[in-house]
Design a binder for this molecule. Structure first.
Ligand code: GYE
Length: 332
């Protein structure tokens, strides 16, 4: 007993010493360093969002707005309705308004150099969130915060490869691509193809864009079903398109998740509901909650700190069973 008391006291003492040492360090830092630049004035952040095309996007917008408010930043927010020209207009207006930092999620990969150069000449740092640009000159932006979409496509492909490894005969796959020319559509397609090419019986028999929306997902799936008698698998680049497709599959008298195996990407709440009902078989998560990392990056850039050119978000994968367990915890 006594021994325990003594041990406890020793632990407490060393903890106190550690805490004191840590406090001492902070105090030292405080006295020698000056206040960070970002603490001097109210920071204005201009954020040019893609649109409101999906559950993922809504969660992403909320995360940006909430985190900006928490950080005490003034947020200027615009919704480009999935049109590049609208995003370019917003970025130009942020340059004119002399915001401190511009952040945006580029709707497509190409065609940004001119406006990015304008921001650079105006001395306004740019942060990319969620989607990448294909600019050769990476001095045009400070960092790109977002998921590894190629890896997401690979995860989808790996699950399918494993599922059909002992099957005989062709596996006919239809693919609903995201917005044409967008980083997630290009990369999720490429990652998936890279994996499934190892098994000749896995065949993509039709692939078309559904623009990341439910309405388009439904419409394109209807045409896939009309044109193809024997669809085994649907690979949808996001949950919303998968959810639209599920309506088309059910309307055609088929059972989603059984007659047609469904894989999607994102992991928003509605996707999880469908997965827990067995209608989606596999979801690759893509985390939309980028707000906190973005606000940190804004501060770091303004404080002149070194910042990684690429900040990758962490995410997981979920089967129908996992989705059932995880559903009560999904916040978005
Ligand atoms: O997967 C999709 C959204 O860029 C990662 O955009 C994002 C994608 C997301 O519309 O649902």
């Amino acid at each position: 007993m006594k021994k325990h008391v003594r041990l406890g006291a020793a632990i407490m003492l060393s903890t106190m010493m550690l805490v004191a040492a840590a406090c001492g360090n902070n105090a030292n830092e405080g006295s020698k360093g000056s206040k960070p630049a970002s603490a001097d004035k109210k920071i204005t952040l201009g954020f040019a969002q893609v649109g409101a095309e999906s559950g993922w996007r809504t969660a992403n917008t909320n995360s940006v707005k909430e985190s900006a408010a928490e950080a005490g930043f003034e947020l200027k927010f615009s919704d480009a309705q999935q049109k590049q020209e609208n995003q370019i207009k917003s970025i130009r207006s942020y340059i004119q308004q002399k915001v401190d930092v511009i952040a945006f999620s580029p709707v497509v990969e190409s065609g940004w150099d001119t406006v990015l150069k304008e921001a650079k000449e105006a001395g306004i740092p740019v942060i990319l969130t969620d989607r990448a640009v294909d600019s050769k000159d990476d001095s045009l932006y400070e960092t790109f915060i977002g998921s590894d979409f190629v890896e997401e496509g690979r995860s989808a492909g790996k699950w399918l490869l494993e599922k059909y490894k002992d099957a005989s005969g062709d596996v006919n796959i239809v693919e609903l691509q995201g917005t044409t020319g967008s980083a997630p559509a290009i990369d999720r397609k490429a990652g998936f193809e890279e994996i499934i090419k190892d098994d000749a019986k896995l065949k993509v028999i039709a692939s078309q864009t559904g623009d990341f929306t439910r309405a388009k997902g439904k419409e394109v799936m209807q045409s896939f079903l009309k044109a193809n008698k024997d669809i085994d698998v649907l690979y949808a680049h996001n949950d919303d398109m998968a959810l639209g497709a599920i309506q088309a599959i059910e309307a055609a008298g088929l059972k989603p998740g059984e007659d047609i195996i469904i894989i999607s990407v994102d992991g928003v709440k509605d996707g999880f509901v469908a997965a827990s009902e067995g209608k989606i078989n596999f979801i690759v998560e893509c985390n939309p909650l980028l707000g906190p990392q973005l606000m940190q990056a804004v501060r770091d850039v303004l404080d002149g700190k070194e910042i990684e050119k690429r900040i990758v978000t962490e995410e997981g994968v979920f089967t129908s069973e996992d989705a059932k367990r995880e559903l009560p915890n999904r916040k978005y």
